[in-house]
Structure formats: C-alpha cells, structure tokens
Ligand binder design. Structure first.
Ligand SMILES: CC(C)(COP(=O)(O)OP(=O)(O)OC[C@H]1O[C@@H](n2cnc3c(N)ncnc32)[C@H](O)[C@@H]1OP(=O)(O)O)[C@@H](O)C(=O)NCCC(=O)NCCS
Length: 144
C-alpha cells in the first residue's frame, strides 16, 4: 500500500524503517539519518505485509528559465529493499512520483542517477553535465 507523507507528519516508526532501507540501499551515505542535506517536502513509501519496502522523496522548487519562473519537482533517492527488487516495485513508485508531480502542475521532473536504465525506460532523458554544473547523470522528464 502506497502512503504519502508531508515531511512534518512523518511518523517516528516510518523514520526508523526508512533508516534500515536507506542504509541497505545506499551503504555508507546516510549513516542512520533519513536525509542527507535537506529534509524533503514529501515522502512516498510502500508497505508490504506491514514492512516498509520502498521509498522516494519529492522536493518542489521554482527555477528561472529565461524570463519565466518554472515549477520543477526533484525526485530523490528512489530505492527498494533488496529482497523485493526486480518485480516492478521501483517502477510503480516512480510512476506515483510522476503522478504527484503532474498533479502539482510542475514543468519538469529532475533527478540525479548513476545508472539510467529504470529512468530512461520511464521517459526521463539524460542531460549532459556542463562546465558550470559538475553533476554527472542528471535526468529530466518534461511533464508540462
Ligand atoms: C533502482 C531500484 C530502485 C529499482 O527498483 P526495482 O523494484 O528493482 O525496479 P523495477 O523492478 O521496476 O525495475 C528493475 C530495473 O531497474 C533497473 N535498475 C536496477 N538498479 C538500478 C539502479 N541502481 N539505477 C537505475 N536503474 C536500476 C534495471 O534496469 C532493472 O531491470 P533488470 O532487473 O532487468 O536489470 C533498486 O534496484 C534499488 O533500490 N537500488 C539501490 C538504490 C539505487 O541505486 N537507487 C537508484 C538511485 S539513483
């Protein structure tokens, strides 16, 4: 079952489950925390038989593109418990994240990824890093 939590409403029990998932999916990065720098705006999580098996975070921003202010949604650290991978669970959460971003009327969905497979299959396009942006592996889906 999919749940969406606004960050201030995230229950302590879900935070504890997130720590386990994050430390398994990204060893050495979270070190027991539930976020790296900033807390996200929303968390989307899925439970299966009472256990948290997957999560992704959404962050909303307005950026300037030329003269226009454009709403974008950052999709952060999609991950699935190891024993549940390869069954389309990550894809379903990606679709849910995209659905939420569409409902919010954003123009672009943006994420950083080392590997592109799952994202390119869902229509995200790789954006070449420029000299001013050192981030490799950025991907963008145009939603508007
Ligand atoms: C990426 C991840 C969320 C996919 O979840 P999932 O439930 O297995 O996803 P699906 O079953 O819908 O799709 C599986 C496909 O995802 C792709 N995939 C696997 N690992 C991936 C990764 N690290 N980054 C991008 N795509 C990946 C593969 O193409 C895989 O297909 P295959 O098994 O036929 O090779 C999961 O492997 C995971 O949690 N990995 C560790 C955390 C991570 O690297 N997250 C991505 C951060 S950018």
């Amino acid at each position: 079952m999919i749940h969406i939590f606004a960050e201030p409403t995230l229950p302590a029990a879900v935070q504890d489950e997130l720590r386990i998932l994050l430390d398994e999916a990204f060893p050495g990065f979270f070190n027991g925390r539930t976020h790296i720098k900033q807390q996200p705006h929303f968390r989307i999580v899925t439970h299966q038989r009472g256990n948290l098996i997957t999560r992704v975070e959404l962050d909303y921003r307005v950026i300037r593109v030329g003269a226009e202010g454009v709403c974008i949604c950052g999709l952060i650290d999609l991950c699935v418990r190891k024993h549940c991978r390869g069954r389309g669970i990550g894809s379903r959460l990606l679709e849910e994240g995209e659905g939420q971003a569409r409902k919010a009327g954003v123009a672009f969905m943006v994420l950083m990824a080392n590997r592109r497979d799952i994202y390119s299959r869902h229509g995200l396009e790789h954006v070449q890093a420029t000299k001013r942006s050192a981030t490799a592996g950025a991907a963008v889906a145009i939603l508007r």
